[in-house]
Ligand binder design. Structure first.
Ligand code: AMP
Ligand code: ZN
Length: 720
């Protein structure tokens, strides 16, 4: 009778419906992320997910760890607990060329010949796989449910990164029913990687935020997996390829590598499709050359081919050296390097005033695309590499993506080459430049520097920021030349006539001047108006504060709620935020202390821009600012994630471990060690009911003290 959810049939319990939804969502995710083919539209997926979330909100007891709603569920934590690997995670020996590969075949064959003396020997089969350039991972499943993910670490001990791995969409949280799902315990290994496209995007964002880019997709993947906050990992679009069991002796498992890959595939893992089982050496070599040729066409990075003896029992018999298996070898691709002539080193002035030397060279085709310039980062780098202007240089792509000058070929110098010196004055505005104490970079600190001005304005109107369509570089330059715009607040003071009559600095075919015109002026004014209500984090990002990228902007707006709060926040307050380091804190502080910047912000506020977080408009709601909560045990009326979100909305910090600095520990049912630790440190403990009072009233009770009456009954493993 009281069944409100329309989709639940009268005969179906919420538990049954939840399970049905989970199956459907798992299947859709599998088709989408693993098979790359999905029938389900995003809308339908979202709608099913929302239904499941609703059921789980009403019946928290039905939430399972592997529910699709729980991918980003964990609370950020400071430490990754060490994990001892049940079986060692080995590295691989390398073959740098085909001769070395041939020598490895010889070693395998002669070792095998010694093992078996009688009976004619069959040919050895080899399983050839692509060598994915990512970060290795070990996944443990218990009865088909993902319970732990660990990095390789030193091979014996890795780090527990379960919460982050759960956010990787193609890692099954629950296995499809079958052999692997039924095992009490299963550990598989594979590689986590970042697709090339996303790597480029990530570095573009880093660049926009004035941060150091990742050197290659491998570092980006490893860095993303080790984020303190799983919510950040979740934004990284990581993916996986799984390729091996930890334990190969299990009698129900296939006895060879290619059979095991099939079983992995059936269980729902993402297994790389480019696999071949071969017996003939020359076929293996062909596989290597073919892989080398197609590497640039693949959406992910590979740095070689891994050749494995297919048969598990032969693998075991061949055994291991101190660091690598004898039964496998990595055929490594040579990095693709080309030579060209470096014509000029140009200075680029970035949005934040950094002067970056950029090498301009004759265009060359490297790793699948033509490149003509590469950043040289700073003067030290140029000296270290010994590059002269006019040198014949070796160029390549770092991580197969980013153009890089490796160094000069000195023997090709003819005396015409010249030393390069960084300018003492900004090439754009002519003001003397300063060396940044934080970095090796030179910086133009003139707030009115034109190069920076254009870049700042362009950044403000860009899509991830205020998103004002119709204001391209040409228009912005015209507005600057006309003296109408010099900082972002000026956009909001533009009149219709000013825009309409703006000369664009070019002439039509008949020789008359081109103006912005009525139609465009109307459109752009509407777009400027609309930009006032962009979400606060995007507007903050648009200000172009050094080191404040899109993600950091969200952290800052989430914590401070309004631009006014943020403007007066101390370096200490800023530093206290999870995910905000001293460098970010310093750069915010210095940005907000510049009077010119404050004036611009006041004008933006006056123009009615949305410089506040919707949910946090009332400063009274920020009542928990400065308090740190730790949640432990099982809460009955809401999940820990929900509780954590609510607390954070009120300005509190939620962490994973109890220390003297913890303000309150909230102990649910079966609270464990964290509860004990709270008692021993004298940290006040709250019950779930008290937590709910806090969430509802937005304030902590007057006198909360250590409760001795509510001893927890036992210590659950989850908390250990
Ligand atoms: P390296 O780190 O260069 O010594 O190479 C060894 C690493 O290659 C392993 O630890 C794996 O993380 C990685 N790898 C990538 N693809 C594969 C694959 N198909 N089979 C085995 N290892 C792989
Ligand atoms: Zn300048």
């Amino acid at each position: 009778m009281n069944s409100k959810s329309s989709a639940t049939s009268p005969h179906q319990s919420p538990a049954q419906r939840a399970e049905e939804l989970r199956r459907a969502l798992e299947h859709a995710a599998y088709e989408y992320y693993v098979l790359d083919a999905s029938d389900l539209s995003d809308d339908v997926y979202d709608s099913l997910l929302r239904e499941l979330q609703e059921i789980e909100a009403k019946h928290p007891e039905l939430i399972t760890a592997s529910s699709p709603t729980q991918r980003v569920g964990a609370i950020p934590s400071d430490a990754f607990a060490p994990v001892e690997h049940a079986a060692r995670m080995y590295s691989l020996d390398n073959a740098m060329n085909l001769e070395e590969l041939d020598a490895w075949f010889d070693r395998v064959e002669s070792a095998r010949a010694k093992l078996v003396t009688s009976a004619p020997q069959s040919q050895i089969t080899y399983n050839c796989e692509l060598k994915i350039d990512g970060s290795s991972i070990a996944l443990t499943y218990q009865e088909g449910e993902l319970v732990r993910a660990a990095t390789r670490g030193d091979g014996r001990t890795g780090e527990d990164i379960t919460a982050n791995a759960r956010t990787v969409r193609d890692i099954p949280l629950r296995l499809q029913s079958g052999l692997l799902a039924s095992l009490p315990q299963l550990e598989v290994r594979g590689e986590i990687y970042l697709p090339k496209s996303h790597f480029e995007q990530l570095n573009k964002q880093a660049d926009e935020a004035g941060e150091k880019p990742f050197a290659n997709p491998r570092n980006a993947a490893a860095g993303s997996l080790r984020q303190k906050d799983p919510a950040i990992t979740a934004t990284r679009e990581l993916a996986s390829f799984i390729y091996a069991p930890a334990d190969k002796t299990h009698e129900d498992l296939p006895p060879n590598q290619h059979g095991f890959l099939d079983v992995l595939r059936q269980a729902g893992f993402h297994v790389n499709p480019d696999v071949e089982v071969l017996t003939c050496r020359s076929d293996v070599m062909d596989f290597c050359t073919a892989a080398l040729e197609k590497r640039h066409d693949l959406p992910y990075e590979i740095d070689g081919v891994v050749i494995k003896v297919d048969d598990f029992s032969l693998q075991e018999a061949l055994g291991y050296t101190a660091k690598a298996p004898r039964w496998a070898i990595a055929f490594k691709f040579p990095p693709e390097e080309k030579t060209t002539v470096l014509r000029e080193i140009r200075i680029q002035v970035g949005r934040t005033g950094t002067l970056t030397p950029v090498a301009e060279f004759d265009p060359v085709l490297v790793a699948g695309s033509t490149i003509a310039r590469a950043t040289l980062h700073n003067e030290d780098e140029i000296v270290r590499k010994g590059i002269l202007v006019g040198d014949t240089v070796i160029v390549r792509k770092a991580g197969d993506v980013i153009p890089e000058v490796v160094g000069p070929i000195e023997s090709l110098r003819d005396g015409t080459q010249t030393f390069f010196r960084m300018p003492t004055h900004c090439p754009s505005c002519g003001v003397a430049v300063h060396r940044d104490p934080d970095e090796a970079a030179l910086r133009c600190e003139n707030i009115n520097c034109e190069a920076q001005r254009t870049e700042r304005l362009r950044h403000w109107v860009s899509r991830g920021a205020a998103d004002i369509e119709g204001l391209g570089t040409e228009t912005i330059n015209a507005l600057i030349s006309a003296g109408l715009v010099s900082n972002v607040a000026d956009f909001y003071a533009l009149s219709f006539e000013q825009l309409r009559d703006l000369p664009l600095g070019r002439t039509k075919a008949d020789g008359s001047e081109t103006f912005f015109g009525q139609t465009m002026a109307t459109k752009v004014l509407a777009n400027i108006e609309a930009s006032k209500s962009r979400p606060f984090p995007r507007l903050l990002f648009g200000l172009g504060i050094r080191h404040v990228g899109a993600t950091v902007s969200e952290l800052l707006t989430g914590r401070f709620g309004t631009i006014e709060n943020l403007m007066v926040a101390s370096e200490e307050d800023l530093n206290a935020i999870e995910g905000v380091g001293p460098q970010i804190a310093r750069s915010c502080r210095s940005f907000f202390s510049v009077p010119e910047n404050r004036a611009v912000l006041q004008r933006l506020i006056g123009a009615g821009l949305n410089l506040k977080e919707e949910a946090l408009t009332d400063p009274a709601l920020q009542s928990l600012a400065g308090l740190t909560f730790v949640l432990t045990g099982t809460l009955t009326n809401l999940t820990r994630t929900e509780a954590s979100t609510e607390l954070k909305k009120l300005g509190a910090k939620v962490t994973g471990s109890v220390s003297k600095k913890t303000s309150y520990v909230v102990a649910g049912e079966d609270a464990g060690l964290k509860y004990d630790k709270a008692l021993s440190l004298g940290v006040p403990v709250l019950s779930e009911a008290e937590l709910q009072d806090i969430i509802q009233s937005g304030a902590v009770p007057q006198a909360v003290s250590v409760q001795s009456g509510a001893e927890p009954t036992n210590i659950p493993s989850e908390d250990l």
